[in-house]
Write a protein that binds this ligand. Structure first.
Ligand code: SAM
Ligand code: DTB
Ligand code: SF4
Length: 386
């Protein structure tokens, strides 16, 4: 197997993975989170309804699909067949699904901030913030909550409708630092936008406290297929990620979960990741598709550049598999031409990160993004009830 990071230690077993997935489904059922279908303003997404059906439990998947228009029983071969469809047909299908669920001329603009930077004990081979690698990222302790809320206020003034706070932690800490994160969440929530955090692993109690503070979404990526995961990260396993996702669901927070393309994975791994995401029940409300940002000093720094059409394929496949989710064209836009980004929108991407910086790496500037959206006749998603 391809093992660019030279790490094969973290391979998850099938049984433990299945157990973690089951736990996630159970916690979604216990909170009723599966009944929630998020619609973009101004478009008719299918509504979840709860009706009695006399057919037996074996029809459960079919029944849910009829009620919500969403399927969670995708087979890996089906995902592969969609991914491998001729590109014009794939984009046409994705755009058709997109229009049935979302306003085709709207893109949500989101802003990121790194609230705690560098020195992370995890060894994610792509990440410039891992303490295992020597990169130019300067370590920075947790930022002051007031400063973070001010940055969010400015971003909201520029039209962003989602603000995401990221921390280079293996797991969210307890004590004063966590209290400060809660204060940030309360402050950003008061601005009336979607509030997202990505802090590493969470306990159920931490998730419940974040929800109480006003957190609307939690980002926790599966990154790649279960088979390739151990080649990229050895300090945690796939089911650790699924466990945190279950805690997030249980707390009633929406899930933001996606992955990274271009890490030396095979096409089968991209398909495997999409299959994992599309069989989560409910689907993640938000699916970030990142292109690897190759950072000097990380083990993946000299990966060959990814063909942008692979990103288009992945986005189109995600759109078809998870029609109601917001698909985010996340890291790596600096490496994409305006035409490639346009194809990503045609394939069903309906969100981008804006601002000069992602967490630690560069992103296209506001003028460039404004010009692109304007030239395409696309508009940022308007403020909406959160
Ligand atoms: N430490 C937390 C965690 O890993 O969940 C939160 C922060 S981490 C930087 C958030 C996500 O950024 C990762 O899950 C990964 O998908 C993405 N990411 C990190 N470095 C990247 C890179 N060089 N290129 C693309 N995406 C990257
Ligand atoms: C996600 O999937 N991508 C964003 C957000 N979620 C947190 C982060 C991208 C980080 C890219 C590398 C960096 O800037 O450090
Ligand atoms: Fe740490 Fe997150 Fe970077 Fe992994 S991706 S090294 S967990 S900050």
């Amino acid at each position: 197997m391809n093992d660019p990071a030279g790490k094969m230690g973290g391979m998850a077993t099938k049984t433990t993975l299945e157990a973690a997935r089951l736990e996630m489904v159970r916690s979604a059922e216990s909170t009723g989170a599966g009944d929630e279908v998020v619609a973009a303003p101004g478009c008719a997404a299918p509504q979840a309804v709860t009706t009695q059906d006399k057919r037996g439990p074996e029809h459960e998947a079919g029944r849910k699909a009829e009620q919500t228009g969403l399927r969670h029983d995708w087979k890996r071969a089906e995902v592969g067949a969609i991914y491998g469809t001729a590109l014009p047909e794939l984009v046409f299908r994705a755009q058709t699904v997109h229009r049935a669920h979302h306003a085709a001329d709207r893109v949500q603009t989101c802003q990121l901030i790194s609230i705690k930077t560098g020195g992370c004990p995890e060894d994610c081979a792509y990440c410039p913030q891992s303490a295992h690698y020597e990169t130019s990222v300067e370590r920075q302790g947790l930022l002051d909550p007031q400063h973070v809320v001010e940055v969010a206020r400015e971003a909201v003034g520029r039209g962003v409708t989602r603000f995401c706070m990221g921390a280079a932690w293996r797991e969210a800490p307890e004590g004063r630092e966590f209290e400060n994160v809660l204060e940030m969440v309360r402050g950003v929530s008061a601005l009336g936008v979607e509030v997202c955090c990505t802090l590493g692993m969470l306990t159920e109690r931490q998730a419940a406290r974040l929800k109480e503070a006003g957190l609307t979404a939690y980002n926790h990526n599966l990154d790649t297929s279960p088979e390739f995961y151990g080649s990229i990260i050895t300090t945690r396993v796939y089911e650790d990620r699924l466990k945190t996702l279950a805690a997030v669901r249980k707390a009633g927070i929406t899930v933001c979960c996606g992955g990274i393309l271009g890490m030396g994975e095979r096409e089968a791994d991209r398909i495997g990741l999409l299959h994992q995401l599309a069989t989560l029940e409910p689907h993640p409300e938000s699916v970030p598709i990142n292109m690897l940002v190759r950072v000097e000093g990380t083990p993946l720094a000299s990966m060959p550049a990814l063909d942008p059409l692979e990103v288009v394929r992945a986005i189109a496949t995600a759109r078809i598999l998870m029609p109601a989710s917001r698909v985010r064209l996340a890291a790596g836009r600096k490496q994409l031409s305006p035409e490639a980004v346009t194809l990503c929108f045609l394939a069903g991407a309906n969100s981008i990160f804006v601002g000069e910086k992602l967490l630690t790496t560069p992103n296209p500037g506001p003028d460039e993004d404004e010009q692109l959206l304007q030239s395409l006749g696309m508009k940022p998603l308007e403020p909406h009830v959160v």
